[in-house]
Write a protein that binds this ligand. Structure first.
Ligand SMILES: Cc1cc2nc3c(=O)[nH]c(=O)nc-3n(C[C@H](O)[C@H](O)[C@H](O)COP(=O)(O)O)c2cc1C
Length: 356
C-alpha cells in the first residue's frame, strides 16, 4: 500500500483533518484513527485489510493500492497545495445552457446579497485633498480604449478579420521587434525579448494559446502563438463540447469568435525564482497580458470577455499540456458585440421576475 501523496494534515484538537487537496475531500480523524494513520505513514506495509480503520482509510483513498506519481514541482509544497487544491473545483450541477447559467447566477447573486458587502476601508473622516479634473492623454486612442473597455456577454456571429487577430496577438504577446535595439547591458543573454506588458524577471513566462472559432481566413481550432516569430502553429481541433462547458457553464460565450488561453511556464519561473512567491507573479503577469489584450481589442473596435473559471483538466487536455509545467491560468476573448454586459437570456429572466 501507499500513502496518497496529495494529502495535508491539519491539527484540530483532539482530531486531525486529513485533506486530499487533489480530490477536494476532507476527513476528520479521531485520535485512534490518527494514531493508526501515523503508523501507516511510518510504514504503509503495516496495512492490514482486516483492520476496520485500515480498510476505511483505503476506501477514503488516504491509502492507495498503486503508487500515485506526482509531477515535478519546482517550488515548495505550499504553492503546490494551493495550485492543485484550487484546480478542477467540483460543480454540483454545471449549467448546460445559457438559460441554466442565468438562473444559477441570479440565484447565487441573490444569496450573496442577503449579507451586506464589506464596507470600504478608505477613511471618510480624514480630510481629502481634491485632485484636479483628469486631463486628456496625449494618445487619445489609449484614453478611448480605457474608457470603452467593458466586459460584454453577448456576441454577434460576425467573423474577425485575420489582420485584427494579428495586431491583437502582436501587441499583447508578441516580442516587439521595435524594441530590439532597446537593450540594457544588465539584461542577461536570452532574456532580452520585450513585450508591451511587463514580465516578472523579464522571463516572459506567460504564453498564449489561441482559440479560433470564427476568423476569416483561419481554420477553426486551437493554435499555439509563437511570440518571437509572430506566428501560429496548429495544436488541435475545436473541442467537441461547447466552449462554455470548459469555462464552468458560461454558455453565453459559445459563439465568441476568438479567445486566448493565457498560460504560464512555471518551470521558467522556478528556474530563476525558487521561492513559491513567484507563483503569485505568474498570476499577476497573466493579469497584465489580459488587460493589454482587452485594451488592444477595444481599440480595434471589438468587445471583450474574460474568465478565470477554467475546467482545468479539460483545458489542459485541449491545449495538450497534461503533465507539463505549463499551466493555463486565464482566458480572455473578443468579438463583435451589441455592447451588452449581460446576455439576452439574463435580461429575459430579470424581466420575467419583475413581471411575476
Ligand atoms: C480576475 C477576473 C475574473 C473574472 N471572471 C469572470 C467570469 O468568470 N465571468 C464573467 O462573466 N466575468 C468575469 N470577470 C469580469 C467581471 O465580472 C467584470 O470585470 C466586472 O463585472 C466589471 O465590469 P467591467 O469589466 O465591464 O468593468 C472577471 C474579471 C476579473 C478581473
Amino acid at each position: 500500500m501507499h500513502i496518497n501523496p496529495y494529502l495535508f494534515i491539519l491539527p484540530r484538537s483532539p482530531d486531525q483533518i486529513v485533506w486530499n487537496y487533489k480530490n477536494h475531500t476532507q476527513y476528520q480523524l479521531d485520535p485512534e484513527y490518527a494514531r493508526r494513520l501515523a503508523q501507516l505513514i511510518e510504514n504503509p506495509n503495516y496495512f492490514d485489510k482486516n483492520n476496520t480503520i485500515d480498510a476505511q482509510l483505503a476506501t477514503a483513498e488516504i491509502l492507495t493500492c498503486s503508487k500515485i506519481e506526482t509531477p515535478d514541482w519546482g517550488w515548495d509544497e505550499l504553492s503546490k497545495i494551493f495550485h492543485i487544491g484550487t484546480r478542477d473545483i467540483p460543480f454540483e450541477s454545471p449549467p448546460q445552457s445559457v438559460e441554466d447559467w442565468s438562473r444559477q447566477y441570479l440565484q447565487h447573486c441573490d444569496e450573496v446579497l442577503t449579507t451586506a458587502a464589506p464596507e470600504s476601508r478608505r477613511s471618510t473622516t480624514t480630510e481629502h485633498i481634491r485632485l484636479p479634473a483628469a486631463g486628456v492623454l496625449k494618445h487619445d486612442m489609449l484614453a478611448s480604449a480605457l474608457l470603452r473597455r467593458k466586459t460584454c456577454r453577448s456576441f454577434t456571429d460576425s467573423p474577425l478579420a485575420l489582420g485584427d487577430v494579428s495586431t491583437l496577438l502582436y501587441l499583447s504577446l508578441g516580442y516587439l521587434h521595435e524594441r530590439d535595439a532597446d537593450r540594457d547591458d544588465s539584461i542577461a543573454p536570452g532574456l532580452g525579448a520585450r513585450r508591451s506588458s511587463p514580465s516578472g524577471g523579464g522571463l516572459n513566462a506567460c504564453e498564449g494559446f489561441v482559440l479560433v472559432q470564427n476568423v476569416a481566413g483561419l481554420a477553426p481550432g486551437l493554435y499555439a502563438y509563437h511570440p518571437a516569430e509572430h506566428s501560429l502553429s496548429p495544436v488541435g481541433p475545436l473541442p467537441d463540447v461547447a466552449l462554455g462547458q470548459m469555462l464552468c457553464g458560461q454558455h453565453f460565450i459559445n459563439n465568441l469568435p476568438l479567445g486566448l488561453f493565457i498560460t504560464a511556464r512555471f518551470d521558467r519561473l522556478w528556474w530563476k525564482y525558487p521561492h513559491s512567491r513567484a507563483y503569485r507573479m505568474a498570476l499577476v503577469e497573466a493579469g497584465h497580458v489580459s488587460q493589454t489584450f482587452q485594451l488592444v481589442a477595444t481599440a480595434l473596435g471589438l468587445r471583450t470577455w474574460l474568465t478565470g473559471a477554467l475546467a482545468d483538466s479539460q483545458v489542459e487536455a485541449l491545449l495538450q499540456l497534461q503533465d507539463s509545467a505549463e499551466e493555463p491560468l486565464f482566458f480572455v476573448g473578443c468579438g463583435e458585440s451589441d455592447g451588452q454586459a449581460m446576455c439576452r437570456e439574463m435580461h429575459d429572466l430579470l424581466r420575467e421576475q419583475r413581471q411575476s
